[in-house]
Design a protein around this ligand. Structure first.
Ligand SMILES: Cc1cc2nc3c(=O)[nH]c(=O)nc-3n(C[C@H](O)[C@H](O)[C@H](O)COP(=O)(O)OP(=O)(O)OC[C@H]3O[C@@H](n4cnc5c(N)ncnc54)[C@H](O)[C@@H]3O)c2cc1C
Length: 697
């Protein structure tokens, strides 16, 4: 019986472990990470059904940055930057986008001094750069000072809230924090002048307007007006505080804020506006005769190609669960969300290990994905290290050694999680579906968790999900809300069925909280779920009120989130498009190659494998070169490659862990047999000797 793949499995684990042992997570992983991600991106091919942009280059005043431009823009810039690192799938980022757009438009005139920018970490090309800038949660706000010589990941925004006015005022404080010599050249002095200085200004008029905004010390209006007038010439704006009452009286200032204007010809007087507000002062000053905009001196906004992605709508049945959603979600979770961490240690590592264990044991999907999860789980469990560089995990997830029979799509393809716009639904939807599936599988197959330390614990899956969300889920506010719900009542869960119902109830609470929110897809309104058309028996009318029949809800959830309800339609692309061309079966993205309604078990599993998964014809050395070329920079890397290349052709391809266990058992049994034979013959030969030397005995 051929036992394919042992060589590769062995080599992979060997290579992973050796690499870790040698590098111990202590080396600078940044360069390797960059290379790895480049490789992964190259392997992933063109973006399919990925993230849409929340901000548009032509329409919004927001400066759009990406992997190509962020460093060049923020390093040694003549202006300071406030960058929002966001993710277009994150509900809070979607909800916050109008505020950010409004802020950018509001401070458009400040751009020579400070710029409001956005960078979408959900875009595949930006993922590495987001890792470089240490972005784990969305949205994350970072300030970059002007004229920074060294690379910096920026300063975190520290405002009491993220309201437009608060952020705008914090931007001003940030500008004032620049030390002399690093202040943006275009930024006028923001500190107040003395009221007495105003009197001397009257004598030294310099052929242009000089406006002075008088205000109390806590007011930002003066500084805002100063910044609003940056692009205008023939005018200087200053601010003064209300400390010197006598000077105010001389100038005739009786209320604050007020604006005093010295004209180019030396005449002066109070500005008369209908309301003492920033916009009124700024607009008045901008409209003065001879005050006009300076010729444009701003650099061009970094160019971003528009998203030309064509959305292909995939017909689907809301009563079914789609493998494509779960696998796309896992792809994002393993290759993007977790990959924002350079390395994992302590509680984070424990959370990952537990989460992978739960998913590996309970995921009801296709064998190649289950196998990948099992391999990952076994490998994580076997590692004695207390810190693991995430690149090592990525190597395994990307199956760099091309072990036959383990694979997770590297494409996003939403089906039941499609949104009517690209930025809606997607990843968080798939995560909910995965979580519900796990609670249902745990209840239906409790034996699956035996030996993991989780058996018999009705809260095990929920607590693992809770820790994952708290530790890794990119949408920080979502995680905080979920944690509040968990703190409140997760402890009351006493059975596996109650765990299913707990998650269902909490998900409905989130639905009702988000109804009408900007992240709600009008095509998929947030309503109590399951709706009567999906589950008529779940709904009852008690005293004229629609009420849940929880017993029926449980039955429904157990059916809806079971492996039997999982369909593989649209999820055949288990390799790059070229692979399918080679098979002569693929018609490209968006085409379901599995007949609707068929699950993995109903198909010819072997025929659905992409060619590079199919046995000995795999070009191992090519795979190794691609997978391990990063390691090849080091002599140890070469050694690993040599070992793997030697091992693979001898041992064949495609061993499962069961195969490997059998091999070990056979090996031990044959060794025992040989030992028994050895002792048997030794004893016999002693007896023969005794007979030979003492024939009379
Ligand atoms: C743990 C978690 C917390 C979140 N918290 C927030 C938050 O605080 N703020 C925010 O803006 N976004 C939050 N999100 C995202 C938000 O809940 C949605 O996932 C997102 O808006 C996409 O919505 P959707 O229309 O795809 O439906 P989702 O709510 O994502 O639901 C996905 C699918 O699950 C099924 N479903 C719906 N309700 C239930 C239920 N009660 N039980 C079982 N199955 C159900 C339906 O088939 C639905 O299409 C959170 C996501 C997660 C995973």
């Amino acid at each position: 019986m051929p036992v394919p793949g042992l060589g590769r499995a062995f080599s992979l684990v060997l290579a992973q472990s050796r690499t870790l042992a040698q590098e111990g997570g202590l080396r600078d992983w940044r360069n390797q990470a960059q290379l790895l991600v480049l490789l992964a991106a190259a392997a992933a091919g063109p973006r399919a059904g990925g993230a849409a942009r929340l901000y548009r280059a032509g329409e919004d005043a927001v400066w759009l940055l990406d992997a190509d431009s962020v460093r060049g823009a923020t390093a040694n810039s003549s202006a300071a930057w406030l960058v929002q690192f966001h993710s277009s799938w994150c509900g809070h980022c979607i909800g916050y986008a109008p505020t950010w757009r409004a802020l950018a438009a509001d401070v458009r005139d400040w751009a020579a001094a400070i710029r409001v920018a956005a960078l979408d970490c959900a875009e595949e090309k930006n993922q590495e750069v987001c890792r470089t800038y240490d972005i784990h949660f969305y949205p994350t706000f970072r300030y970059f000072k002007a004229f920074t010589k060294e690379f910096t990941t920026g300063e975190n925004f520290k405002g009491p809230d993220r309201e437009l006015q608060t952020v705008r005022q914090t931007m001003i404080e940030f500008l004032q924090n620049h030390t002399d010599g690093t202040r943006p050249l275009a930024c006028p002095p923001l500190n107040p002048i003395q009221p007495s200085d105003v009197l001397s200004l009257m004598d030294s008029h310099g052929g242009r307007y000089h406006a002075v905004v008088f205000e109390s010390s806590g007011s930002y209006i003066g500084r805002e007006v100063i910044l609003d007038l940056i692009p205008y010439e023939n005018i200087v704006v200053s601010r003064a505080l209300d400390g010197d009452r006598a000077s105010l009286e001389i100038l005739g200032i009786s209320s604050l804020p007020s604006c005093y204007l010295i004209y180019p010809n030396g005449s002066h007087g109070l500005v008369n506006v209908a309301k003492p507000l920033r916009s009124f002062f700024s607009s008045y000053l901008k409209s003065l005769p001879d005050v006009r905009k300076k010729p444009l001196s701003l650099p061009e906004k970094p160019n971003q190609e528009e998203n030309l992605e064509v959305v292909v709508w995939r017909e689907f049945d809301r009563a079914r669960l789609y493998t494509a959603d779960l696998e796309s979600g896992l792809h994002h979770l393993l290759r993007v969300e977790l990959a924002t961490h350079r390395s994992l240690a302590g509680a984070q590592l424990k959370t990952l290990k537990d989460f992978v264990t739960v998913v590996a044991k309970l995921f009801p999907g296709r064998p190649p994905v289950k196998k990948l999860l099992e391999t990952l789980q076994e490998w994580l469990a076997s590692l004695p290290l207390d810190r693991i560089p995430y690149n090592a995990i990525l190597d395994l997830v990307n199956n760099k050694m091309r072990i036959s029979g383990i694979f997770l799509t590297n494409h996003i393809k939403w089906v039941g999680c499609q949104g009517s716009r690209l930025e809606l639904r997607g990843y968080p939807c798939s995560l909910w579906k995965l979580f519900h599936t796990l609670t249902v599988q745990a209840s239906k197959h409790p034996a699956a968790l035996v030996g993991t330390g989780f058996e018999g614990d009705p809260q095990a899956v929920l607590q693992t999900i809770r820790r994952y969300i708290h530790t890794f889920f990119g949408c920080k506010e979502c995680g905080e809300h979920f944690e509040e719900m968990a703190k409140e009542s997760m402890d009351s869960v006493k059975t596996l069925d109650q765990a299913i119902l707990w998650l269902w109830k909490k998900h409905n609470m989130v639905n009702s909280r988000l109804a009408g929110h900007l992240s709600e897809d009008p095509k998929f309104p947030k309503v109590p779920w399951p709706t009567p058309d999906l589950c008529p028996t779940c709904h009852e009318e008690i005293k004229g009120l629609d009420s849940w029949n929880e017993g029926q809800v449980l039955v429904f959830l157990k059916q809806h989130y079971s492996g039997d309800n999982l369909v593989d339609t649209y999820s055949v692309d288990q390799g790059s498009p070229g692979d399918w061309g080679a098979l002569g079966r693929g018609q490209g993205e968006g085409q379901g190659l599995t007949p609707p309604g068929k699950s993995w078990g109903q198909q010819d599993a072997e025929s659905l494998r992409p060619p590079h998964m199919v046995g000995p014809s795999t070009d191992l050395s090519e795979g190794l070169k691609h997978g391990l070329d990063l390691r090849l920079q080091s002599p140890q890397g070469l050694q690993i490659l040599e070992e793997a290349q030697v091992a693979a052709p001898f041992l064949g391809i495609g061993f499962s862990s069961l195969d490997m266990s059998l091999c070990v058992v056979l090996y031990v049994a044959s060794s025992l047999f040989l030992m028994i034979m050895y002792f048997f013959f030794r004893v016999r030969s002693k007896r023969w000797k005794v007979r030979l030397y003492h024939p009379a005995v």
